[in-house]
Design a protein around this ligand. Structure first.
Ligand code: AMP
Length: 202
């Protein structure tokens, strides 16, 4: 059964680093006319600009560790309270553990909202590692060292993968094969969302 949709679309994209969730997230958000809210991007922008937040999180993100939940959740709440997120959003990189899931639940319940779908981009660890090694060469991200990459994938498997079990009990997870042609993967996502009655703006 597909619920009657009100025009607001609230999505979360989850996948290991190197799964392509950043790229796919931007495409999906554009198609639905909603902003991407990426905690990784917010942290990187603050580090680049040398803000107080940036200075606070630089070492943590460089090591591939997680920024404290309270701090991260406060930043996301602020971002989601901005007008452009009133009619939907696509979260990328948050929530990243079950504590953050409860923080997000509290926030959304307070607004009488909920997530419509969670897109899980499934990519084998070996493939993620290869893609991340390439990205390290291309983009020179300071957290793309070999040790930090392996550490981030471990954290994903230990802390982030369990959030999918929570969302699965709510029946909102679509697992998408993240291996293959970029356009094909985008189409797989659109098809899964369409099956839930979530229609693109354009
Ligand atoms: P990402 O671009 O999503 O891989 O995020 C880059 C880095 O930012 C991560 O390795 C973490 O150090 C930090 N980060 C991003 N999102 C979160 C989050 N939801 N909770 C804690 N740390 C985060």
């Amino acid at each position: 059964m597909t619920a009657q949709h009100t025009g607001s679309t609230r999505l979360l994209i989850v996948g290991p680093q190197g799964s392509g969730k950043g790229t796919q997230g931007v495409r999906v958000a554009e198609a639905f006319g909603i902003p991407v809210v990426s905690t990784g991007d917010i942290f990187r922008a603050n580090i680049k600009e040398g803000t107080e937040l940036g200075q606070q999180v630089k070492e943590i993100t460089d090591a591939g560790d997680l920024v404290p939940d309270e701090l991260t959740s406060a930043i996301v709440r602020d971002r989601l309270a901005q007008p452009d997120a009133a009619h939907g959003f696509l979260l990328d990189g948050y929530p990243r553990n079950v504590a953050q899931v409860s923080h997000l639940d509290d926030f959304l319940i307070g607004r009488e909202e909920s997530l419509d779908a969670v897109i899980e981009l499934s990519v084998p660890r070996e493939e993620s590692l290869q893609r991340l090694a390439l990205r390290a060469k291309d983009q020179g991200r300071t957290d793309d060292t070999e040790a930090a990459i392996a550490h981030r994938l471990d954290i994903y498997e230990r802390e982030t993968a369990p959030i999918l079990a929570v969302y699965r009990t709510r029946g909102i997870v679509d697992t998408i094969d993240g291996v293959g042609d970029l356009d094909e993967i985008t189409e797989r996502i659109f098809a899964a969302l369409g099956a839930r009655g979530l229609q693109r703006a354009a």
